[in-house]
Design a protein around this ligand. Sequence first.
Ligand code: XCC
Ligand code: SF4
Length: 635
Amino acid sequence: MHNVRSIDPAAQELLKKAYRDGIETVWERYDKQQPQCGFGSLGLCCRHCIQGPCRIDPFGQGPDKGICGATADVIVARNLLRQVAAGAAAHVDHAYDAVEALEMAAQGKIDYPITDVGKLKAIASGLGIDSEGKEPDALALEVVHVAYGDMGNHHNRPMKWVSAHAPKQRLEVWESLGIIPRNPDREIREAMHQTTMGMDADPVNLLLATAKQGLVDGYAGLKLATDMQDILFGTPAPVVTEANLGVLKEDYVNLIVHGHVPLLSEKIVQWAKTLSPEAEAVGAKGVQVAGICCTGNEVLMRQGVPLATNYLAQELAIVTGAVDAMVVDVQCIMPSLSQISSCYHTELITTMPIVKIPGATHVPFALEKADEAAQEIVRKAIAAYARRDPNKVHIPDYREKIIAGFSVEAIAGALGKLDADQPLKPLVDNIVNGNIVGVVATVGCNNVKVTQDIFHVEMVKELLKNNVLVVATGCSAHALAKAGMMNSEGTEQYAGSTLKAVLRAIGEAAGLGAPLPPVLHMGSCVDNSRIGDLVTALANYLGVDSAALPVAASAPEPQHEKALSIGTWAVAMGITTHLGVIPPVLGSKQVTELLTVGLAEVIGGKFYVETEPQKAALGLIEDIRKKRRALGLDQ
Ligand code: XCC
Ligand code: SF4
């Protein structure tokens, strides 16, 4: 139960309006679920066959085995593997759509550009493809061929996307553990098979399979999706805009894009500009597009579209009464949006064949007809504007300036102003001399079990104060953006003295006229691949294992299965990965011990669970200091 539901002032204001308007939100539904099932919370419930459900008594007084004989350890490990595989499936499905889009774009079958030929060549070269004298379309098709080759690999060879992009020393570790994925679809299928009734009963073997799913997620999901999207839409470069629901405008048609895949939202951003005269014809000043969740991050990074809000406040966006249309693609979309939209004039629009919500309008999105779908959606928003009831409108007056768009290329670009030949050198030098103690990546969601954004913000304050540089993605990035930690003022306010000096120097050299923000927005959740790329580049530059770097990760408020998959990838990279919400594993001492201690011995990384923000920050700093000492950077 909550005393405070959110620290976001816009959300707080809208919660009061929701109450007045008689709207039930995620927080009320959470309260109604109390107390939540103890068996489920501990991971001790199995429904993998229909002799069950079976549950293990955590107090040792009731049954200690399922009907088939599965123990608590087996049930917990199987459940975790399924969750991580499900998260990986979501990302791989996303990536597959992006590969298909690049293929069709290169074949001239769809009206999508190949925007970033430089990135295309860089990816081709990483895969060992010679770009000399080749047209972009032809080169793109060769890259697509390799991607499809991984997706359809019927041999026992490692996925090329893994072998081409992973840190060299990591490949040896994964090879020795036998966890390098061959084909993402095959691995996900295998995980489903391995966890069905009467299969694997060895918790250690199940956890290794889970680690393999982490690699599936990291390379066939995140990395592949980002690579394809950068080629199509461009690699992000710094952009300046604003975050929080105050970006909605009373006199504009407000169109929110929500979900994860930018294939449609890129088109919507484009058509919102083109069709602006039609909005003016109905008395609006134009069309304001704003983003929720990771689709929001995608169009922020590349187009500078402002952020509306993150996961937990998606319903509250509609409660403003000022959202004319909300268009959703995939993942993290609350089914409740339909009910809430019906209490206002908001047009909720679903677009994907696998995401339909009763009560929403479905505008089917297909790559071949993307422009038509985007136009139809923008026009629906314009039409809804005319139905907006001014008496129901309340836009909270909160927005924070943000600088986003920090791809690895953009970071190298800014640092390159200090050392053009070795752009990573200034960062590394400042890590070596201790001006920057280390780097923490904060990623992942909001979770209704935690006061919205509090863990992200409070933990990051502590990290910055201690001169730790923070990079962020996903809903964590939204939280830190809304809290004013992604602008130069944030550096002055939150960064410790040595970190501040470095950020000032970089900001000056890069011609920003102000310090670099203390938290660098690296994009959506699939853009965690960018953090992976940065870690890989640092490891290769220093010639050390990524597990040795003074780098850590944290998902302070994780809710989605995808967050577990991403975290598993980070652990497989050898990185200590903090979780601020306890996943359902405590029912097994063995699994819990392996995840938080035992795994580190074989894979170098581990999960670290701490539910108090300051303590979590200090724990991560302690971990970073240990790594610094091991590298001989500190005494
Ligand atoms: Fe969803 Fe990506 Fe989590 Fe936010 S952070 S709640 S997954 S939108 Ni990925
Ligand atoms: Fe019960 Fe075993 Fe069936 Fe799971 S697989 S429901 S533990 S009998």
